[in-house]
Design a protein around this ligand. Structure first.
Ligand code: NDP
Length: 252
């Protein structure tokens, strides 16, 4: 028993969507916890550059929906750091609108980014983890995987996140005896670019806050704390779980 189990010293993590929001906050906390991080997104930001400029961490640009990207990312991580311990499967996009008008192009974008790509990245990541008989995967789901959002309509997004929760559960079952833990985080409304338009719209923001028993939105840093726990040895008996971090949103 030791607090050091919450640290990630010597571990290597790949974090998708690592240039901003929840992914960047996770990378920053992982770095503080002793991990070396490979960040990925389509392009770097000043904030992610501040982390990678130290030389301890790296950035590999990729469109996660490119079928070749997952293997490339895992290979780049192994080449740079020599091992692969943690995947944070975080990149995602949101889109909404009436179900009966939701066209195929938008459906494909949501499913390709939020479900097919995380499936492929996890598949690529499991291979080196199997070889070393250890690893931890944290998939970023959502409260939208459990409930309908109010007031905005976003059935494709919600479906993709429900699938991520189930992928987490079944992957955990498949790899539990082979040293690989697979968990998910289901955030509520978090102050990032994805949600900022709604948070700045007084009507929508009020509905979101009123439906959150804590009466406020979460921060990327609060999500990073949860991801760190799930990724660390402190969660050594936790697999197949979806940790809900939503200020109480889905309690009612
Ligand atoms: P952001 O919009 O800030 O971050 C999304 C990240 O995903 C960016 O780094 C973006 O990079 C990356 N991304 C999106 N599309 C692609 C792509 N095709 N290829 C590579 N990277 C891509 O939002 P959040 O930080 O909030 O989102 C992180 C995760 O948290 C998502 O899975 C989201 O669904 C989930 N979530 C967020 C909630 C919230 O309220 N904010 C609530 C519940 C879940 P770039 O576009 O630069 O390539």
């Amino acid at each position: 028993m030791s607090l050091s189990q919450f640290r990630l010293d010597g571990k290597v993590a790949l974090i998708t969507g690592g240039n901003r929001g929840i992914g960047l906050a996770t990378a920053q906390l992982f770095a503080e916890a002793g991990a070396r991080c490979m960040l990925t997104a389509r392009s770097e930001t000043d904030d992610s550059r501040a982390l990678t400029e130290t030389g301890e961490h790296a950035f590999h640009a990729a469109d996660i929906t490119d079928p070749a990207a997952p293997d490339e990312l895992v290979e780049a991580t192994l080449k740079r750091f020599g091992r692969f311990d943690i995947l944070v499967n975080n990149a995602g996009v949101a889109d909404g609108g009436d179900f009966h008008d939701f066209d195929d192009a938008r459906l494909a974008r949501i499913m390709d980014t939020n479900l097919i790509a995380p499936f492929r990245v996890a598949r690529s990541a499991v291979r080196p983890m199997l070889a070393q008989s250890s690893g931890a995967i944290v998939n970023i789901g959502s409260i939208s995987g459990y409930v309908a959002n109010k007031p905005q309509l976003q059935v494709a997004y919600n479906s993709s996140k429900a699938a991520i929760h189930q992928m987490t559960s079944v992957m955990a079952f498949e790899y539990a005896a082979r040293g690989i833990r697979v968990n998910a985080l289901a955030p509520g409304y978090i102050r990032t670019r994805m949600a900022i338009d709604g948070m700045e719209d007084p009507d929508m923001s009020k509905v979101w806050a009123d439906n959150t028993p804590m009466g406020r939105f979460g921060t990327p840093e609060e999500m990073a704390n949860c991801v760190l726990f799930l990724a660390s040895d402190a969660a050594s008996f936790v697999t197949g779980a979806t940790l809900v971090a939503d200020g109480g949103y889905i309690t009612h």
